[in-house]
Ligand binder design. Structure first.
Ligand code: GAL
Length: 417
């Protein structure tokens, strides 16, 4: 009797959120840098070492960017004794372990890439059927992160069960190594990973590959909604945002919706567009993986990716993704709760002209209705201007630049009870 009472009380104290794949990683969305967006297959040991050094010397590491992820095209196209994966000896003459050791010595972590198929998307040897051997190999090199793609999957997709089973084999193999390895699924939203991946992985891609463009429609990225069957590639920032909002609330501590690597600094968008891009990735709690040349960054690029107040929204301990509260033509409004009763609000203008946008207290605290006190006066801080805008009540109206955002933080809540 007493024992069962103690047990029941102990159970009541357990956190309600079960961590994805129970590996204790990605409590907040992972941050780091990935080779793919800028360099594609043109990677080698020197390039990766230079990037890692720059992540430290530029200060990016201090902002939380701590994973250096080696994407596709690192492999030698032949397994040793038909078993062990090897790195391409011309690109990685010392092998992988010494490179990983060097990066670890800088206080950073290292990630690797493969596919849950017979080949990677770049046509290199991949891991389907070799999960345990490959997981062991990566663990022996000291890898801390696996990005796991979906090419050449031998038709083992098309239902959530098929995808889950295939990705689960690697999840189990990684856990079996005993090394904590962050598991980042990259199946482009196929079969709805937000519904099946949270128990086996730490993040899952939502769409086909990002393209360094704000809103260009592209025949290679035919889907406008998350439930469309052709993820494609060359997806613009607005295309990915519009797909992601529908499943934003599936994100949770330990398991995040991955909107793909960032393009900030790669040159295809304006400063305002990059700011919008970074704002939405931060607020929807996407992993923040830089995809630019970190050895050579403009002041404008740094201003975006080193804004501690915006990063703090992404890494906030409430773990709540912002929610789209309304869409009016080109305008969208988002609201998300943050720790300590504060709230992030985003006014997004995808239109071609600057415009005034208004959010009411009922819009912002919609989920607290009818307990919203509209007369409540609350201090508002602009997270990009890094200054307080003063106190507001009932509503806030701000000028929002073309293809831009205003991202503000409410320093209190209008909830009346
Ligand atoms: C794609 C993936 C990209 C990149 C590429 C490498 O499928 O979405 O992010 O990893 O493969 O070939």
């Amino acid at each position: 009797m007493i024992t069962s009472f103690i047990l029941a009380s102990a159970l009541a104290l357990l956190p309600t959120q079960v961590l994805a794949s129970n590996n204790g990683l990605a409590i907040t969305p992972q941050m780091g840098w990935n080779t793919w967006n800028k360099y594609g297959c043109n990677i080698d040991e020197q390039l990766i070492l230079d990037a890692a050094k720059a992540i430290v010397s530029s200060g990016l590491k201090d902002y939380g960017y701590n994973y250096v992820v080696i994407d596709d095209c690192w492999q030698k196209n032949e397994r040793e004794n038909n078993k062990t994966l090897l790195p391409d000896p011309t690109k990685f003459p010392r092998g992988m372990k010494p490179l990983v050791d060097d990066i670890h010595a800088m206080g950073l972590k290292v990630g690797i890439y493969s596919s849950a198929g017979t080949l990677t998307c770049g046509g290199h040897i991949a891991s389907l059927g070799y999960e345990e051997i490959d997981a062991k190999t990566w663990a022996s090199w000291g890898m801390d992160y696996l990005k796991y793609d979906n090419c050449y999957n031998q038709g083992q997709s098309g239902t959530a069960k098929l995808s889950y089973d295939r990705y689960n084999v690697m999840s189990q193999a990684l856990n079996k190594t005993g090394r904590p390895i962050l598991y980042s699924l990259c199946n482009w939203g196929e079969d709805g990973p937000w519904n099946f991946a949270s128990t086996i992985g730490n993040s899952w891609r939502l769409s086909g590959d990002i393209y360094d463009n704000f809103n260009r429609p592209d025949p290679a990225c035919p889907c406008e909604t998350y439930d469309c069957l052709l993820p494609g590639f060359r997806c613009s920032v607005m295309n990915i945002i519009n797909k992601s909002v529908a499943v934003a609330q599936k994100a949770r501590s330990g398991g995040w919706n991955d909107m793909d690597m960032l393009e900030v600094g790669n040159g295809g968008m304006t400063h305002e567009e990059y700011r919008l891009h970074y704002t939405m990735w931060a607020a929807l709690k996407s992993p923040l993986l830089l995809g630019n040349d970190v050895t050579n960054m403009t002041a404008q690029t740094k201003e975006i990716i080193m804004n501690d107040e915006v990063i703090a929204v992404n890494q906030d301990s409430s773990y709540s993704p912002a929610v789209r509260m309304w869409v009016k033509g080109d305008q969208q409004m988002f609201s998300g709760s943050l720790a300590n009763n504060t709230q992030v609000v985003i006014l997004l203008n995808a239109g071609d002209n600057e415009t005034k946008m208004t959010a009411t207290w009922d819009d912002i605290w919609f989920y607290s209705l009818p307990n919203v006190d509209s007369s409540k006066s609350i201090e508002v801080r602009d997270l990009w201007q890094k200054k307080n805008l003063g106190k507001f009540s009932h509503q806030i109206t701000l000028d929002v630049p073309a293809h831009g955002v205003r991202m503000v933080k409410f320093m209190g809540s209008a909830q009346s009870s």
